[in-house]
Every structure is written in C-alpha cells, then in structure tokens.
Design a protein around this ligand. Structure first.
Ligand code: PEP
Ligand code: MG
Length: 889
C-alpha cells in the first residue's frame, strides 16, 4: 500500500487516513489556496509502527521519493549547505488532540546549512534564531528534554543583556544560544544534536508516532471517547518563515468569534515570529484587524481566503497562517472549536443564511453544550470586588480557591474543593490540572492560547491573558493592580463571559436559558435574547424529530410541575421513600418496632393519608400524563437512627442508671435489621414480601388519590412500579396483591382503576430473565444505577470517592460507568432485556430512570437500543429532549 501522499493527492474526506490536518491541507491545496508543498504520512503507517514497533517496510523509500519530488519543486535539497530546504514535521490525528507531539519546525538546519540560510535570506539573525528554535523544539518534543532548560537559557541571555523582549536579541545572541542549547542536548542525552537532516526528519516522524501513546494523549482520548487504535498521520511541509523581519509574521484566525459566534474576523497576529510563538504567548499578539495597517494586501487576501473556506466548509473555520516577506501562506485550517453559545448562534445563523438545513444545525449542537448554557451566571446586581480582567476565553461563572500549579489543582479537587487554576500560561502538561479545575485563569496569551483552546473544548470557564494580574507561580500568589494579594487557597470568582476576575465568592443567578425552560421568558417576546430564541428553535425541531419520550424523576408536586414546564412528558420515577422522611420518620419507626399486627396496622393506617396527599399533588401536577410510582425501595434501617449513635445513647443512659425503654427497643430493632451489605439486603420487592401490609398500603394510597382525582375531574395516570425484582415470582405475588387493592378501592369509589403494573430492571438476573418477567410486567424501567452497581460489583455509594480516581488515571475507563452508560456490559444486558421483553410481550413499554437518563451520550444509546422513553432529573429534561432529537435525526 501507499503510505505517503502529496498534499495534492488528498481531500478533506480522507481524515481517517490523512488525519484532520493532512486532509484539510490537501483540500486547501486543491482549492488553489497558497499552501506550501508537502506530503502526509498516513495513519496506516502509524498503526503499523505502533503494532510492530518499527516502520513498515518500504516507508523510508516512499518518504525519500516524496521528499525528492518536494526538493525538485522547491529547487533545493533538504539541508543543502548553501541553500537549504527546511521542513516542518507536524502531527495530525483524525481528531485534534492536545497531549500529542505537535510540531518541529526548521528541520534541515545544522552548522553548515544555517550559514547557507543566512546567506540566502541576507539575515544572520533570522538564520540563527531558526536554528535555535529547531534545537529547542526537537530537544523538547523529540528527545523529551525539559522545556524549561531552554527557556531559562533564553531568560539568562535576556537578563545579561538587560532586555525583556525576544526582538531585542541579535544574531550573536542566538548564535550563543545555539551553543548553549547544544550543550543542553548533550548533557541530557549524552549525544550530540543530530546534524544529518534526514535523521532529524526520521526521528521527528517516529516521535510523532510514539506520542500517540503519551499519557496525556491517552487521558484525552478516554475523556473524549476517541478510539485508541486510530493512530496519527504526520505532515511534512516545506517551511515558510514568519521570522524574516517585520514584514513577516504568523497568526491564527477564526472566520467567526469562537467565544460568542458573532460574525466577523477574529484572531491574533504576531510580527516577526514563528508558529508556536502565537499559541505559547511568548510575546503579546495584536488583534488580527491590526494586520490591515501592517500589510493591507496580505490582509485582504486573508479575508478573501477566510470567506472561501467558510463557504466551502459551511462552518466556522480556524486557520493558521504565516506571512513571509509579504507573501501569505496557509498552514492549517479546520472546522473550529467553539463555546456552547457560539455553537448555537453559528448553527442558527447558517440556517438563516440558507447555508445549512435546520436538521444539520441541530446535529451541530450537543446536549452537553445545552447543559452548559443552563449553568448559573454571576449576579450583576450583587456587590462585587473586581480584581482585574482578561479575555473572555470560555464562558461560565466559576468560583473556587486559587491554586498555582496543576498538581495542587488535582490534589485539592480530589478532596472535594473547587479550584481555579491560575497560571501565567498553560501547556499540555497542565491538562490534568485543567480537567480537575472549576475554572482557569492565565495572565498571558490570547483567545487562541493553549488555555483558551483547551478550556473551550472542555466547556470549562476560562479567562486568559489577564496581563494586569501578576501571577507568580513560584511564590503561589496573584497580585492585582489595586494591590490586593491572592494567596493559594483564597477564593476568587472568574467570569468567562465578560473576562472579569473578582475577589471572593460572587453570587450567581439563573441563566436566561433556564428561565426560558422554566416558562419565565416567552421566546417570542422582546425579553428573549438571541440565545433563547436559538435554543427555542432547536428544541422545537428536536421535539418534532425525536422518537423517545422524555420524562422526569420527581417525587413531589413542586418538582413535578417544574419538570412539566421543562417539557417532561410524565414522571418516570417517583421515589416514594422521599415521602417517608422528616416528621414521618417516627411513623416508619413505629411500623418497624410494632410487636403486634394491631400496632402494625395502626402505623400503616397513619401513613396512608399522608402518602395519599403526596400522590394527589403529583397526579394533579402531571394531570393527563403518566406517573410511575415506585413502591418503597431502600432498606428500612435507613429510616432508623444510626447504630453507633444509638448504642452510645443507650450506654450513657445505662451508666447514669437511667432506663430508656424506647431507645433500648429501638437499639434491638436496629441490631436486628443491621446488614453487612444493605444494598444487597432487605430492600425493594423483598420488603414488600416480608413486611406485611407495606406495599398494599402504598398501592391503596395511590389508588385512593387517583380515585379522588378522577372524581374531581382529573385524569390521573399512575403506573405502579416494583423495585429490585430478580425473579418473576416476586413480581407475581406483589402484582396479585396490588390488583386486588386496585379492585377494592375502585369498588369503594365507584370508579375503574386500571393502572399498569410493571417493574424496574436493575439486577442482572432480571435482565437475563426479562422474557419471563415480561409475562407479569406491563412495563420495564431500567434502573441503571443499581444495574451498574450489580453488573460491575461497584458499590455506588463508595467507589467514586474511593478508587475511581485511580481507575480513571490508570485508564481502566475514561468516564465513570455511573455517569455514562457502560455499553459493553450494562448496555448488553439492557439489549437482551429489550429483545426478550418485547418478544414475550409485544408493545411492552420500556424506559430508563437511572442517572444515565440525563447523560447525552447515554441518551443516544437508549435511542439506538429502542427504548420508549428516558427519565431524568427535571433540569436535565431539556438536555435529554435535544439529545433524543439529535439521535433520531
Ligand atoms: C436505579 O437504580 O437506577 C434507580 C433509578 O433507582 P435508585 O437510584 O433509586 O436505586
Ligand atoms: Mg435502584
């Protein structure tokens, strides 16, 4: 097979083979845009290299051949002493991936060719600057040498000279730096910096391939669910130079504002600089618009190209470009990352402009993005102490303790603290710290800096380039222009929407999107802003497109009403145990302690009207819509005092010679009910079978409330759900009793009470015997919390705080299976249960009510597996509606 393709041979749809960067370079080449010539080594070659530990046979020869053709078109050879061709080597996987080796520039320079380059360019300073960049980048990314060693050496030279800016260094300074850098390489690797250009290239290519498995890249892939076996491509491209004087430079551009979605030209430009300088924030960039002043012709051409690209890709593009002595070159483009608000705005604008269909627009926004738009914002009316501001790189309102390094961010967040990671700038080493932080604040770099790009990608609040704040990571403190000093651990608030930074905790208010969902803002009114109107439009589309219904988990009238406003089409889980708390605990206590049947009946009789009233309110709020009421699920000891506390109380009383009859009896009961593994103990349907009258009382309360509602003209639609069923026999017994109660109450009230009775599927055995269970169940609701717990053998109450961080770190899984459905294990059981349940009872209603019902990625799976509805917390209902629509579209 061919492993190497010239840019002109590819196109944008070959991302699997050429990676995103390679495919888009090819596309731009074929669009006739000014792309320097080059070639792409395919992901096939990478996969071979990773699988066999060596490059595939023939690859070297193929690279040589393409290199020769590149040399021919450029009229010079790689590293040629009197006039060297230089190349860049850049990674480029299908998905852009922080954490991988990115770029080595200026390959082909050595002690000889640096002189040729200087002579050709007529610029010594440029040549030696380029050479030191090669050693620095090569040393850092290919040879794994600590980057700070190089940076410190530059700082030393600057300090000795008494200058601060790299533009103040001259050819001799760079010459000295080259010697210093070579010494650093020698000390770190025990060998000389490789002078042979082809060797430089080979090592760089291998390093790109190796970096696919760098820990940071692995971590990122798990988080983003990028398959581990894709591999990366490598792009080798003839160098063009942005560091050839003030008529040269390099920049990054967006065809729309990636923070707000606003139409217009956005980006950063840096004169006399090369590639990484912009992103690394070594000098402060100027806004792209300033380029017009510096080089009107190049600016005009750039605008034209940006328009071409946006029309061609039909979406926001981001671009890297270089200007070499007035000539514009395109180095990269891709459909750019953007904030949630920008995603909604851009997709909507493109529909209005007739560029894309509404269906396409909805496919371009995600449930996660919608969830971000629902986050609270800082209250502008609140009193706030402003420390300073930077750029609004990624929106949101984040409050947390200031920390100044990633290690502390990770450590503190593990112990449950919210932290704001404060850095001068971030780099790929900070990835894990950024993931664990609530917000990110930097004092250097623009909207295209590492911090900004990564934060936007993760949907994390970020303020970048807050130059007026002095972030001193060595002494772990931040000093504001007003003189305020923030030490590590002090609370600050950062507003990623405005770019402002505040002292202490600023109060938050509901987002307008939530107010819209809550029915407080009419999307047709003037009060609705553009974002609300966009969201409304997309929700309408999704609601029409989706096959699955969305219900809410709610157990009181208020939550039910709110869920309904948010678009819930019923209640998928009403947890009745929540009705047994507070004052009612005593009644439950009495029930548990009852010695005689009479006492037991009395306490049940006392609970009945209370439950009935609860149900009445919920049925009223959800009138006309189904309400799945689950009978009591948790172990009874949860309603009793803590065993240790109670033992102490009794012991103290005894020591005082007092006798507390009640406590003693209670203690005995607690002992009797004590279980080593309560989650696997006496709970769910098992309670219904061994505590006489408990479930029938609950069914009676449901039936009476429903009968009352019917009499009052309502349309109650309760569904009675039995939890933790493992075998059909359990269900059969409870079902028969429940049907009897429904008949009795129906006769009493003179109404017909024909309500479905079904079960949760939350034990592996239930899933595996779903065919049998379906004979006695009119519906299934998958309890994916317990199902995950029992399939994995993970205690849902313990593992996330105990060893999950280690599991995530070691890469056992990228996301907790309690958060996002484990398709291979838990998902497989769901599939089996769906198939066998439907086979046994065609038309059986199938839903899911575990936490996964509000997780966008899981909603997609539930759609695919054919469920009729998902049920989630009221706030997640809009997210599930959107995601279910996207899944069906
Ligand atoms: C479940 O187990 O998924 C469920 C919804 O029930 P609970 O969380 O109340 O155990
Ligand atoms: Mg459960």
């Amino acid at each position: 097979p061919n492993y190497v393709f010239e840019f002109a041979e590819g196109n944008k749809d070959l991302k699997d083979l050429l990676g995103g960067k390679g495919a888009n370079l090819a596309e731009m080449t074929n669009l006739g845009l000014p792309v320097p010539p080059g070639f792409t080594i395919t992901t096939d070659a990478c996969r071979h290299y990773l699988a066999h530990g060596r490059l595939p046979d023939g690859l070297d020869a193929e690279i040589d051949e393409k290199l020769r053709s590149l040399e021919k078109s450029m009229g010079k050879r790689l590293g040629q002493a009197d006039d060297p061709l230089l190349v860049s080597v850049r990674s480029g996987a299908k998905f852009s991936m922080p954490g991988m080796m990115e770029t080595v520039l200026n390959i082909g320079l050595n002690d000889d060719s640096v002189r040729g380059l200087a002579a050709q360019a007529g610029d010594d300073r440029f040549a030696w600057d380029s050479y030191r960049r090669l050693i620095q980048m090569f040393g850092k990314t290919v040879q794994g040498i600590e980057g700070e060693l190089f940076e410190d050496a530059i700082d030393d030279v600057k300090q000795a000279k008494g200058v601060r800016n790299d533009l103040d260094l001259d050819a001799d300074d760079y010459k000295a730096l080259v010697d210093r850098f070579k010494a650093i390489v020698r000390e770190a690797t025990g060998a000389e910096f490789p002078a042979d250009p082809r060797t430089q290239m080979r090592l760089a290519v291998n390093a790109v391939f190796d970096s696919w498995n760098a820990p940071r890249a692995v971590l990122y892939r798990r988080q983003e669910r990028i398959p581990t076996d894709l591999g990366t491509a490598v792009n080798v491209c003839a160098m063009v130079f942005g560091n050839l004087g003030m008529d040269s430079g390099t920049g990054v551009a967006f065809t729309r504002d990636p923070a707000t979605g606003q139409q217009g030209i956005y980006g950063d430009y840096l004169q006399n600089a090369q590639g990484e300088d912009v992103v690394a924030g070594v000098r402060n960039t100027v806004p792209l618009a300033d380029l017009e002043r510096v080089d009107a012709a190049a600016y005009a051409e750039l605008l034209h190209i940006m328009e071409t690209l946006e029309n061609h890709y039909r979406d926001l593009c981001d671009i890297e470009f270089t200007i070499e002595r007035g000539k514009l070159w395109m180095l990269q483009t891709r459909v750019g990352k953007r904030t949630a608000a920008a995603a909604f705005r851009i997709a909507n604008q493109l529909v209005d402009q007739g560029v894309i269909t509404l269906a396409e627009a909805v496919s371009r926004v995600t449930g996660d993005q919608l969830a971000q738009l629902m986050f609270p914002r800082f209250d502008h009316a609140a009193e706030r102490h402003r420390l300073g501001s930077g750029m609004n790189a990624s929106p949101g309102a984040a409050v947390g303790k200031a920390v100044f390094d990633s290690y502390t961010a990770i450590k503190w967040s593990r112990s449950g603290e919210d932290v704001i990671l404060c850095r001068r700038e971030t780099n790929p080493d900070d990835l894990e710290g950024m993931i664990s932080a609530t917000g990110i604040l930097t004092s250097r770099g623009g909207k295209t800096s590492h911090a900004a790009v990564v934060a936007r990608g993760m949907g994390k609040t970020c303020v970048c380039g807050a130059e007026e704040l002095d972030i001193d990571t060595k002494n772990r403190r931040l000093t504001a222009p007003g003189g305020e000093v923030i030490e590590e651990g002090d609370v600050i608030s950062i507003d990623g929407t405005s770019g402002e930074v505040f002292l202490g905790e600023v109060p938050v208010v509901a987002s307008p999107v939530v107010r819209y969902f809550d029915g407080e803002v009419d999307p047709a009114s003037d009060e609705a802003d553009e974002l609300v109107r966009n969201v409304h439009r997309f929700m309408q589309y999704s609601d029409a497109a989706r096959r699955m219904n969305v219900r809410a988990n709610a157990d009181n009238a208020e939550d039910a009403a709110r869920a309904r406003r948010m678009g819930a089409q019923g209640i998928g889980l009403c947890r009745t145990e929540h009705m047994f708390l507070g004052d009612r605990r005593q009644l439950v206590e009495r029930l548990i302690l009852a010695d005689t049947e009479k006492e037991q009946d009395e306490s049940l009789a006392a609970l009945l009207p209370l439950q009935r009233d609860d149900f009445w309110g919920v049925f009223e709020a959800m009138d006309g819509l189904p309400v799945t009421v689950r009978l009591l699920d948790p172990p009874l000891h949860e309603f009793l005092p803590d065993i240790t506390e109670l033992s102490v109380r009794v012991a103290v009383a005894e020591a005082r010679g007092e006798k507390q009859e009640g406590d003693l009896r209670l203690l005995q009961a607690v002992h009797k009910l004590h279980e080593q593994n309560p989650m696997l103990g006496l709970r769910g349907v098992r309670l219904g079978l061994v505590v006489p009258g408990l479930f029938t009382m609950q069914v009676r309360a449901i039936a009476q409330a429903a009968a009352d509602r019917i009499k009052a003209g309502g349309r109650p639609r309760p569904e009675i759900m039995i939890p933790l069923v493992g075998t059909v026999q359990e269900l059969e017994i409870i079902r028969d009793e429940s049907l009897r109660v429904l008949r009795e109450v129906g006769a009493e009230f003179g109404v017909e009470l024909d309500f479905p009775i079904g079960t949760m599927i939350e034990l592996p055995r239930a899933a595996l015997t779903a065919g049998q269970i379906a004979e006695n169940a009119e519906f299934f609701s998958f309890g994916t919390n317990d199902l995950t717990q029992t399939v994995w053998g993970f205690s849902r109450d313990d593992v996330e705080a105990s060893f999950f961080s280690a599991y995530l770190e070691r890469g056992v899984f990228g996301v907790s299976p309690f958060e996002s459905i484990d398709v291979d294990g838990v998902g497989r059981l769901i599939k089996i249960a769906v198939e066998e349940g439907r086979a046994a009872r065609p038309g059986i209603k199938l839903g899911i009510c575990g936490e996964h019902g509000g997780d966008p990625w899981s909603v997609r799976f539930f759609h695919q597996v054919g469920l009729d509805y998902v049920s989630c917390s009221p706030f997640r209902v809009p997210v599930a509606r959107l995601e279910a629509g996207r899944a069906a579209a």
